[in-house]
Design a protein around this ligand. Structure first.
Ligand code: NAP
Length: 480
């Protein structure tokens, strides 16, 4: 069933462009074609950049009031068309309709927060006279936009991650070129529709569809692009960083997040929270709980409670109101996960639940006795698989949690405030959630990782700072 979305067009510098060369978009649940988008090529990316040079002047000259009005109108458009946006997300990606509704509401909120933060884009006065010989100087700094931002986004949150690029980008006064994941471009085009509807002047925004191999390098290597804002996998992030040259980089990458369960924790709460943190969006979430470290005294009790919760996760049709978990983004991804789990089992791991694949669906899966050097421990699974480990104490859990090349967020369940404080200081991550799983985020908090999980922070206020620069103004007061 085709969804009516701007009729197979993409948005280049505010104009809807049709092309005969189209890429089909599939529903991963049944491989039905649900729409198509233009296969953008190098010349389309070059055209988007050329017009964005005019767009950045227009964007910079929009008053804060005008930016706020456009952002608020775009947010209202998304809210008014919630069901349509949600169906698009659910059909082209792997989210269930309920998960898709929640993402749509968050995307509208992200854009609304961007409008509010535009108001707070201020500088401060500087005491130049703190240095000898500067008694007669006074001044301030203000923030100005970086210029043209090329934003490259992944498939797993196809709307809200676009909102996290366009909202702060426009709030800070930039032109933005979005290259969405080829698997999920339709939600990005719906976001473009919201901004065109809100009266964003042409040339400020492009949403260029097409394969990374055809348009990626043009966007990344262009000297006219001032910033690459990338969200996606670590390996892709590294490739982009190697090619980008002298321009600002924001890298929101993956992880294999830990959760720690101590013996004094509320074990029911921990089991519920880690289950939802591990299997939301079929585990295709940068914050997914992947490794659970449980203090040995409560390991068996926690394991029983956790497995009971996992059994409740209802896998099925994405558009059904009662489904908790849908398929992976494609069958190839489900096969990769199956292979990684089979390798872990061959090296000594045991399957406590799940472990079978049907097409793009992979059952919610729990493993234990997994060797420390298994791929499922060291790498990001990005699927519905979680590993249980027995640890001696908090120090042991912290050491194991840190012993990977990722560091996005971590969770710890405990009633002991000292343990919580120690974990918050010693875990090498961008966020520590106490009595919650790693999968907690609001769109207004600083969000990002360390090590292979990224560079910089999103979360609207923080993204706006990354997407703008300080300019100093210094006055020398002359004698009359
Ligand atoms: P991906 O394969 O890295 O792709 C992400 C985007 O990069 C897509 O638009 C893709 O385009 C493009 N791309 C791929 N290779 C490229 C290249 N050589 N040059 C330029 N662009 C290139 O990631 P994914 O599988 O879509 O998403 C999953 C990953 O994103 C996971 O690692 C997840 O943890 C991470 N993620 C991180 C966050 C965060 O905020 N930290 C949030 C969500 C997801 P094509 O589709 O055309 O290949």
């Amino acid at each position: 069933m085709a969804i009516e979305i701007a009729g197979g067009r993409m948005l280049l510098a505010g104009e809807w462009i049709e092309k005969s060369d189209q890429i089909d978009v599939y529903n991963p649940e049944n491989n039905e074609i649900i729409g198509s988008v233009p296969a953008g090529k190098a010349e389309d990316a070059e055209y988007a950049i050329t017009l964005a040079k005019e767009g950045k002047e227009l964007a910079e000259n929009l008053s804060v009031r005008e930016r706020m009005d456009i952002l608020n109108k775009a947010a209202s458009y998304i809210q008014d068309n919630l069901e349509d946006f949600a169906r698009t997300i659910a059909l082209e990606g792997s989210k269930t309709i309920n998960e898709a509704r929640s993402e749509t509401m968050r995307a509208a909120e992200t854009i609304r927060i961007s409008a509010e933060e535009a108001r707070r884009l201020t500088g401060e006065s500087i005491n130049f006279d703190q240095m000898a010989g500067n008694k007669d100087r006074m001044g301030y700094y203000f923030r100005f936009p970086v210029g043209i931002i090329a934003a490259i986004t992944p498939f797993n949150d196809p709307l809200n991650l676009i909102a996290h690029k366009i909202g702060p980008g426009i709030a800070a006064g930039n032109a933005v070129i979005i290259k969405p994941a080829t698997e999920t471009p339709l939600s990005a085009l719906k976001m473009a529709e919201a901004f065109m509807n809100a009266g964003l002047p042409h040339k400020i925004l492009s949403v260029i569809t097409g394969r990374a191999r055809d348009i990626g390098d043009i966007l990344i290597e262009s000297k006219d692009v001032n910033m690459i804002s990338f969200t996606g996998g670590m390996q892709t992030g590294e490739k982009i960083a190697n090619k980008a040259g002298l321009k600002r980089l924001s890298m929101e990458l993956g992880s294999n997040s830990p959760a720690i369960v101590l013996k004094d924790a509320d074990l029911h709460e921990a089991a519920e929270s880690t289950t939802s943190g591990a299997f939301a969006a079929a585990g295709q979430n940068c914050l997914s709980v992947q490794r659970i470290y449980v203090e040995e005294d409560v390991y068996d009790t926690f394991k029983d409670l956790f497995l009971k919760e996992v059994k409740k996760v209802k896998v099925g049709n994405k558009l059904s109101e009662s489904t908790d978990m849908g398929p992976l983004i494609n069958e190839k991804e489900a096969e990769r996960i199956e292979k990684w789990v089979n390798e872990a089992v061959a090296s000594g791991a045991s399957i406590l639940s799940g472990g079978t694949r049907k097409g793009a669906y992979y059952e919610p899966t729990v493993l234990e006795n997994v060797p420390d050097d298994a791929t499922v421990v060291k790498e990001e699974i990005f699927g519905p698989v979680v590993l249980l480990f027995k640890v001696k104490n908090l120090d042991d859990a912290i050491q194991c949690s840190n012993d990977v090349n990722y560091g996005l967020q971590a969770g710890i369940f405990t009633a002991n405030v000292n343990a919580a404080l120690k974990a918050s200081k010693k875990l090498h991550v961008g966020g520590v959630m106490i009595n919650d799983s790693s999968d907690f985020r609001i769109d207004a908090m600083p969000f990002g990782g360390v090590k292979g999980s990224g560079i910089g922070r999103e979360g609207v206020e923080y993204a706006i700072k990354e997407m703008s620069e300080e300019r100093i103004v210094a006055f020398k007061i002359l004698d009359e």
